[in-house]
Write a protein that binds this ligand. Structure first.
Ligand code: C5P
Length: 408
């Protein structure tokens, strides 16, 4: 396994769907292998799967209750089928029986697993397991071809001795091979060899040695973009304000506090890079003076004098050697398009990602986001999805912009 593969499941959310064949017993091992590569795993079992392995086993291994019923009041009150579908970065169905594959091909939503397969914006992978005669049947072959044509990744099956005593093609791929296959799905290579610089998180503007002005930015979007850019093969410099996140392995972390520090780091690293992404929530103003000693309690009212911070991304695009592609973010509470387009022009950006921070279910501290990407001549909507999935989708689009910008 290459280092890129080992990295590829770091922080990935994998929804494992287990259908009812004898190979279902191997799903316990699959959970483990996925976790070893860094993934967090939740499990859906069909009724058939529960005949072969107990939900308790998979609950204990995954650390989460196993999801089983489509119409389960308790489950819907917690993580219902739509939330599960959105949670997943990848839906892996292993083992996938002949019947389950047929249902997927038909677009049936008769049980929780098939309903989630229809509802998820995430990539789907299936690891078929069945008797070799069933696998070879033209109906199974047509169904699997149909799924592959829709972009479903097919992992296996492999040849060997089967539980029924037959020898042939139809055995579930080994759990390690399934986990590696999942990891490979996240490595796109779209930014192979490109130099990417990303600003992320909030900035802290000091008032005195113990106080600062800041904001609620979690840094999640910038960090997810870093992971996605690494997966796409880029070398990434992450210029980050103070956040509670670990920098993705493989990124060059430049840790900063204030906007002034972020500005200096951005100019240093951003010059001549291929893709600059300004995902940081930079404080617009900083205290004019930072007191050398802790400011003492005074009267009922005190006045703070603030001065404007430099616009970091605008300074980067104004460099003598600006990035080939520069992306900004616009967090707005109203008139999203109008404000975003004004920033696109004022900051000389290639494109801007606009999101509505008035909504509590997306943005800033949430795990989900829903955005529109505006460029001079286009608007592309990315419906609500997990931040890591969104990051991958955005990076795929940014990679196209880099490609266009570097075309002769
Ligand atoms: O003007 P506004 O702060 O809304 O613009 C947001 C975009 O500009 C984001 O991409 C943010 O990272 C970037 N920005 C910056 N430096 C600032 C303010 C914002 O790079 N001082």
């Amino acid at each position: 396994m290459t280092a890129a593969t080992a990295l590829a499941l770091n922080n990935k959310q994998i929804l494992l769907g287990v259908s009812g064949g004898i190979a279902a017993y191997k799903s316990a091992e699959i959970v483990r292998r996925l976790q070893e590569l860094g993934a967090s795993v939740r499990v859906i079992m069909t009724d058939g799967a529960c005949e072969f392995i107990t939900p308790l086993t998979l609950q204990a291994l995954s650390g989460h209750p196993v999801h089983r019923q489509l119409l389960d009041e308790q489950a819907e009150a917690g993580m219902g089928h739509i939330e599960l579908a959105r949670w997943a970065d990848l839906l892996l169905i292993a083992p996938a029986t002949a019947d389950l594959i047929a249902e997927l091909a038909q677009g049936s939503a008769a049980n929780l697993l098939t309903a989630v397969a229809l509802a998820t914006p995430a990539r789907i992978a299936v690891a078929p397991a069945m008797n070799q005669q069933m696998w070879a049947h033209p109906a199974s072959q047509q169904n699997i071809d149909m799924l592959a044509a829709r972009g479903v990744a097919v992992l296996g099956p492999e040849a060997g001795i089967q539980a029924c005593g037959d020898v042939g093609l139809g055995r579930l791929l080994a759990p390690e091979a399934i986990a590696d296959g999942c990891a490979a799905l996240f490595a796109s290579g779209a930014l192979q060899g490109r130099r990417v610089v990303i600003t992320a998180g909030p900035t802290r503007e000091p008032l005195d040695p113990v106080r600062y002005i800041s904001n609620h930015s979690s840094g999640k979007m910038g960090y997810a973009l870093t992971t996605a850019a690494l997966e796409a093969g880029a070398s990434v410099t992450l210029i980050s304000g103070p956040v509670n996140l670990t920098a993705p392995a493989g990124a060059q972390l430049v840790a900063v506090d204030s906007a002034a520090q972020m500005h200096d780091a951005a100019l240093e690293h951003g010059a001549g890079c291929e893709l600059f992404i300004a995902a940081a929530a930079v404080a617009d103003y900083r205290p004019l003076l930072c007191a050398e000693q802790k400011i003492k309690k005074q009267g009922e009212l005190i006045t703070l004098e603030l001065t404007k911070n430099p616009d970091i991304v605008a300074a980067v695009t104004a460099l003598a050697t600006p990035p080939a592609v520069t992306i900004g973010f616009a967090a707005e509470t109203e008139q999203l398009e109008q404000h975003a387009r004004a920033k696109l022009v004022a900051k000389r950006l290639t494109a801007i990602v606009a999101n509505n921070v008035a909504r509590s279910d997306i943005g800033f501290n949430s795990d989900d986001n829903e955005v529109t990407l505006y460029s001079a001549d286009s608007a592309t909507r990315f419906d609500k999805r997990g931040k890591s999935q969104l990051a991958r989708d955005l990076i795929a689009r940014f990679a196209e912009l880099v490609e266009t910008a570097s075309a002769p």
